[in-house]
Ligand binder design. Structure first.
Ligand SMILES: NC(=O)c1ccc[n+]([C@@H]2O[C@H](COP(=O)([O-])OP(=O)(O)OC[C@H]3O[C@@H](n4cnc5c(N)ncnc54)[C@H](O)[C@@H]3O)[C@@H](O)[C@H]2O)c1
Length: 313
């Protein structure tokens, strides 16, 4: 039996790039798929039906089942209709992949309010919107004795996990969607749901058109070689996380791409300075001296996307 037989998945932003590969693979693995895509430019302007329609055609041509949806994830009511699209067409909803994304890179001193708001609206609000409607549905179904093993997979980024200059809007949203998965998992585990996040690395429109300096570090393969930077390397992890087999994976964040999956670990207690004797208020200079003496060794070298692309991590 295929891994996702009997499952119904929504993949947002599935008309291109990583989402397209996720939708194609999930359909190949037996899931019925809602291919959502607004079909706009990489900065979020414009719209077109053809990216989502083309992916649906591709899935159907391969013998799979899919429907297209062209709504924006950033609108709360539209997001509800994306969830309803799955239930109306395929009778239920099992998996939500929050993948839709745009970029509007600017240094902080040049970033307009609109560039900040537009990026947060798609990545952060969009992720909340889909998760909110799916979670109330999964909870309701669970109360009625219908165990759907709901799966939420958010798309974060190295920019959010490690920080990247020029992306104060995008990185902030991507850090938030990773934490959001951890929180939703803690709330929804009792209803049989898991929530996790991925940080993909792939050559797509977002790298080629929006961050050409990153795309330049991703060479195209020689004839006959598997493309190291293909977005198809991301999809297998997402398909597996969507399956019943991944029931014990809760609130994790994975970097994925280049044929590798990294388990990422975020904020945690690394070292401390503390007092001995009766508790007192620190003298700030005394505290600073202790921090320099006792915590300096806990300050690690900062990891960046360049370390991933050159294989250093
Ligand atoms: N490519 C990478 O290396 C990389 C790295 C880290 C994170 N990501 C994330 O992966 C996800 C997919 O990006 P990609 O690289 O495949 O880019 P992409 O531009 O090829 O695909 C993103 C898709 O999302 C759609 N979309 C945008 N706004 C939407 C909205 N409001 N509602 C519905 N659909 C919308 C676009 O039309 C587009 O088809 C994004 O969340 C991106 O931030 C990508």
């Amino acid at each position: 039996m295929a891994l996702l037989e009997g499952k119904v998945a929504v993949v947002t932003g599935a008309g291109r790039g990583i989402g397209r590969e996720e939708a194609l693979l999930m359909a190949k693995q037996g899931a019925k798929v809602v291919v959502n895509d607004l079909g706009g430019h990489f900065d979020g302007t414009g719209q077109s039906r053809s990216p989502a329609e083309d992916v649906v055609k591709e899935i159907r041509a391969a013998g799979g089942e899919a429907v297209a949806n062209f709504e924006s994830v950033s609108d709360f009511k539209s997001a509800k209709r994306i969830i309803e699209c799955a239930i109306d067409n395929f009778g239920k909803l099992s998996i939500v992949v929050n993948n839709a994304g745009i970029l509007r890179d600017r240094m902080i001193f040049n970033m307009s309010e609109e560039d900040f708001d537009a990026v947060l609206a798609v990545h952060l609000k969009g992720t909340f919107n889909l998760a909110r409607h799916a979670s109330s549905y999964w909870r309701e179904q669970h109360k009625n004795g219908n165990l759907l093993n709901g799966r939420l997979i958010n798309t974060s980024s190295d920019s959010g996990l490690l920080g990247n200059a020029g992306q104060a809007n995008y990185g902030t949203a991507k850090a938030a969607v990773a934490t959001f998965a951890i929180i939703v998992d803690r709330e929804m585990a009792r209803y049989g749901v898991t929530a996790n996040a991925i940080a993909p690395v792939a050559r797509t429109r977002l790298t080629i058109d929006a961050t050409p300096q990153t795309a330049a570090t991703m060479p195209t393969p020689k004839t006959g070689e598997v493309d190291k930077f293909s977005p198809a390397h991301v999809a297998p992890l997402v398909a597996w996380l969507g399956s019943d087999d991944a029931k014990d994976v809760h609130g994790e964040v994975f970097r994925v791409g280049l044929g590798t999956v990294w388990l990422m670990k975020g904020w945690h207690s690394a070292a401390k300075v503390t007092q001995s004797g009766p508790l007192k208020f620190w003298d700030p200079a005394e505290l600073g001296a202790k921090i320099k003496e006792q915590l300096a060794s806990g300050v690690t070298k900062k990891e960046g996307l360049a370390d991933v692309l050159t294989g250093r991590v």
